[in-house]
Design a protein around this ligand. Structure first.
Ligand code: GUN
Length: 298
């Protein structure tokens, strides 16, 4: 068996085209465009690379982007102040604080400072809580992109066993909730999981988000399973994921490539979230009743 490739780049392109059209319509009607702001602490080359990709995507669809690079030694209070000022700017509808932050900075305090209505990443505890209670909320981009990619390829989650490798707040935990909302049976495995292969080999859909290059091999995969690779690493000058694509492609029925799989979907979902926040802001201004964050004020 050679696995079908789940082309994230193609679907992301389609989503961006659609957003571009919707954005042009709103711009014609209101003379307003959405804006996405990025805060990057330190000049980390990997984070810079991610942000360059996100900024390019904004430009492609006509969305404004504002990037601020802050010094590595910035005080936590100064970073919080920066977030406050972005929260107050009406032309900014989405805010991203690029992770990881330096260890001395309390990441929870920082993410809580982003106004939940401008939380393009869906990392604020309020939005995480909404996801937990199955409400619509601003949902973290990578898991949202994974679900969209599965749906686009007519891969049902209902009744299926989804096994997620990695329990991060960015991918594993929100993907657990999204998969449950789709009526999947879900298992999360992590670095302390014993007998890992027992779990991975029972997965109908296996998601690798552990940050270890080529960790998942054919031995981890049930024949015919769908494999989603969230990892991205540079190994000997080549981009590889958490999945050993050469061996897994021989047993899986479908898999995401690296690059061109989950990565572009994450960016497309970021634009989608920002557009959603923008529309909510316009509705707020028009005095419309807002679900579900209406009582939070601005
Ligand atoms: N670092 C790696 N991925 C992400 C992401 O999706 N959002 C933010 N804020 N930082 C990241």
């Amino acid at each position: 068996m050679t696995a079908k490739i789940l082309d994230g780049r193609q679907l992301a392109g389609k989503i961006k085209q659609e957003l571009k059209g919707r954005l042009e319509t709103v711009k014609r009607e209101t003379n307003r465009v959405p804006g996405l702001a990025y805060l990057l602490v330190d000049d980390d080359p990997v984070s810079k690379h991610y942000i360059a990709g996100k900024t390019k995507a904004c430009n492609e669809i006509g969305m404004n982007s504002f990037v601020e690079v802050l010094p590595a030694n910035i005080l936590e209070e100064a970073l919080l102040y920066k977030i406050d000022s972005l929260n107050a700017r009406p032309e900014v509808h989405g805010i991203i604080v690029q992770l990881p932050l330096p260890e001395r900075i309390n990441v929870h305090r920082v993410l809580e400072r982003v106004h939940p209505k401008k939380d393009a990443d869906g990392f604020h505890p309020y939005n995480r809580g909404l996801l937990f209670s199955s409400h619509t909320a601003i949902v973290p981009c990578t898991p949202k992109g994974i679900i969209a990619l599965l749906k686009e390829n007519q891969i049902p989650l209902e009744g299926k066993h989804v096994v997620i490798l990695g329990r991060s707040l960015v991918v594993g935990r929100p993907l657990l909730m999204l998969s449950l909302n789709e009526n999947a049976t879900v298992t999360i495995c992590h670095s302390k999981t014993e007998n890992l292969k027992t779990f991975t080999r029972s997965a109908d859909i296996l998601v690798a988000a552990i940050g270890k290059p080529k960790f998942v091999t054919a031995e981890h995969v049930k024949p015919g399973a769908v494999v989603i690779d969230v990892g991205i690493h540079q190994v000997e000058g080549k981009l590889v994921g958490d999945v050993d694509a050469d061996s897994v492609s021989q047993v899986a029925s479908a898999m995401t490539p690296v690059p061109g799989g989950v990565g572009p979907m994450t960016v497309a979902m970021l634009l989608t979230n920002t557009f959603q926040a923008f529309q909510n802001a316009l509705a707020d201004e028009a005095g419309a009743t807002l679900k579900p964050t209406s009582h939070l004020g601005r």
